[in-house]
Design a protein around this ligand. Sequence first.
Ligand code: ATP
Ligand code: MG
Length: 478
Amino acid sequence: MDIKKRLIISNTITVLIPIIIACFTIFIFILVSSDIFHTDMNYQNFKKTAAIKSELLNSIKNISQLNPENIEDPEFQKYMHHKLSSINGELIITKDNKVIFSSKDVNKIDIERCLEESKSKLFSKPIQIDNTFYMTEVSPVVFKDKSVGNVLLLAPTGKEADTFKTFIITVLIVFFASFAAVNIFMSYLYSKRILEPISILKKATAEISKGDLDFEIVENGDCEIRELCADFERMRIQLKDSVRMKMKYDDNRKMLVSSISHDLKTPITSIKGYVEGILDGIANTPEKTELYLKTIYSKAEQMDAMIDDLLLYSRLDLNKLPFNFEKTDIINYFDYCILECAPELQKSNIEISLENNLKESKYVKIDRERMRRVIVNIIDNSRKYMDKKQGKIAIILRETASSIIIEIRDNGVGINKNDINKVFDRFYRADLARSETKGSGLGLAIAKQIVEGHKGKIWAVGHEDKGTSIIVSLAKIS
Ligand SMILES: Nc1ncnc2c1ncn2[C@@H]1O[C@H](COP(=O)(O)OP(=O)(O)OP(=O)(O)O)[C@@H](O)[C@H]1O
Ligand SMILES: [Mg+2]
């Protein structure tokens, strides 16, 4: 539920429920008072009582504003008595505890009762005099001679007058009490659905700002709050990813620096050695000098290739190299690859063949130049790590429902089980290769970056000492 809806519903409930409870109280009150106390709580009676009360209040207000001399004036007393006759009212005036005017024969005890009752103001009850209930209003007066007295107004009323008062007070109390209770309850619900999730969110943001990016933000509460939580959670995950990426890049940089320095150090040391040999005159014949220079040239070439690989790898790693994807017929592509590689491999006594298990021409979207680099790197490994007299490389093409699978299988030394998952890591070289063959350990790492740039997969399968398969899977297009 959204906050706007919740506010409308909660405000409506806060008003409606107390009204319903008050109506119910009115109903019960009328039922109980008529059935148990036998009072006639009808509208006419209520109207009549209200009219009497209003007339009495008006009259008493007029009297309280009068000059005290007028109160003792018999003309005024007559006028007042006449005025009250519309409600059968009576007028009694006392001075120094003596009755100086009374339109009705009332004894002193009853007058005292009236005076006593008038003190309770709001909760005053009708006074019963000679079997009739009277509503009373009293106004204290100070006469001209400084003596004190009271003006009493009495009007006959039904027994219900008292009940009406109790009724109104009860209904008001019930309404306000239920209003307060419903209000507290709705506020509690409101706070549970809105304030509680906000405080959790606040706690989470405080944790995140302290650097704890594992503090998960659980979606809770109303629609808007849930959306806010989801946005915060997305932000936390992105922040965590960027921190992880930064750490990864930092690690990469450190690793690159240490590997580069190590791998470049070896040829540079050799070059230094050979140059010193020439300078010191150890290469004292033209043949020896030529051999030294050729070695220096080959070491320099090795370093050049290594730097090229490094540049390519770091560009691929930073996603800085754009791919130029083209729809390509996979059989034609590999036919051409084999044609290109075969003469060079022939020199190393390696035979290369294509095993096509595709029934018809199949297409993939590839950057032909970069994919060529992948194939060259893989085939170059097969050549480098070949231990058989007659080397064999087979490129096997097959397909699954959604992919084209390219397997490049050789019959070389094979890869140790423990190394099989590590060969795609940059600078990783199995012990044998490290000791015997040239290379920087970037060939397969570059191949992996390129294949992943094609949204494909690459993995290796070892065939004990019978060889290795490097398998590439690419999405098939129609
Ligand atoms: N066909 C294979 N047969 C046996 N071992 C392999 C084969 N291909 C890769 N390897 C192992 O995997 C390691 C990593 O290969 P990768 O091509 O990444 O590096 P490299 O060949 O050593 O150096 P570079 O390719 O940079 O010149 C190699 O050092 C080698 O131990
Ligand atoms: Mg290699």
